[in-house]
Design a protein around this ligand. Structure first.
Ligand code: HEC
Length: 277
């Protein structure tokens, strides 16, 4: 009897599941598809090839240094880099003295040694990159109500982050006429800027970089495309400064494990050579 009840209850629930599945499928299939401007006009990042790509990748330090300069002269006006300290710049090939001098060109919040009041002082290598705004309210007030996000981990926080940053910086354009014809309500609101690589197509950051904005000491190309690649490479470094080291340690470890496996197998053959098993 109990068994029969069990079977009946089982049949009831399975039947119920099938009915809900069928109803769900029917509603999904019968509802008209709503196309939005984002669906149609959002674009995936353009391809970007950096020296740090792939399992054997390592940083092109010259490029990362150029990217740092772009960050310093352009992006740092609005974006912080709070996980990076000035002394980390030594990894980019600068000497200790150069890092000290570089840090001193930045101002960070400090305390007046005499009066104890808040003041600004030149940064030391142990300081972290300073925030451009004292607080979120000030950041919003200056940026059409949007907070410029911290960039330290941006290359990891977004899917395909380096290509995304590169595409975003080079992707500003006028809204396509077809978009306005098809979706008049999706017109870019005042104070926002159209960029098909941004998920909802309009962002509060005006185009920050233009051709020739930053000069490189070694005369490297400073068109928009090259500088965008450089700053993307720099943000890959800030997000994972130990990438090259990880690759350099990873491969010997894999090799070691392979050799250890072969040795273990040979030892096993040796130990069991006279035994039937
Ligand atoms: C004038 C201020 C300003 C400058 C200069 C600036 N940004 Fe921004 N940035 C913003 C604001 C504001 C946002 C937030 C936009 C939003 O959410 O609509 C933003 C967002 C971003 C985002 C995130 C987009 C996302 O997916 O959320 C990235 C990446 C970015 N900026 C990179 C840069 C880089 C690289 C530079 C330097 C070349 C730079 N920005 C210079 C203000 C600025």
């Amino acid at each position: 009897m109990v068994r029969l009840i069990g079977i009946l209850v089982g049949i009831f629930f399975s039947g119920w599941l099938l009915v809900t599945l069928a109803v769900g499928f029917f509603t999904w299939a019968s509802e008209p598809k709503v196309e939005t401007a984002e669906h149609v006009f959002h674009e995936h990042p353009k391809a970007l090839h950096l020296a740090s790509d792939g399992p054997f990748g390592h940083f092109d330090l010259q490029q990362v240094q150029r990217g740092y300069k772009v960050y310093k002269e352009v992006c740092s006006a609005c974006h912080s880099l709070r996980h990076v300290a000035f002394r980390d710049l030594e990894q980019l090939g600068y000497t200790e003295a150069q890092v000290k001098a570089e840090a001193a060109t930045w101002m960070v919040p400090g305390i007046d040694p005499v009066t104890g009041e808040d003041t600004m002082r030149a940064a030391l290598p142990t300081d972290y990159f300073p925030k451009p705004y004292p607080n979120d309210v000030a950041a919003r007030a200056a940026n059409n109500n949007a907070i410029p996000p911290d960039l330290s981990l941006m290359a990891k926080a977004r899917h395909n982050g380096d290509a995304y940053v590169y595409s975003l910086l080079t992707g500003y354009q006028d809204q396509p006429a077809e978009l306005l014809a098809e979706f008049p309500e999706a017109k870019t609101p005042d104070g926002l800027h159209y960029n098909p690589y941004f998920p909802n197509l309009n962002l509060a950051m005006a185009q920050p970089l233009v051709d020739g904005q930053v000069d490189f000491d070694d005369g490297s190309p400073n068109d928009l495309d090259s500088m965008s690649q450089d700053v993307a490479a720099f943000l890959v470094w800030t997000a994972e400064p130990t990438l090259a080291k990880r690759h350099a340690t990873g491969w010997p470890v894999v090799l070691f494990l392979l050799i250890a496996t072969v040795l273990a197998y040979l030892a096993y053959r040796n130990v069991w050579r006279n035994e039937k098993h």
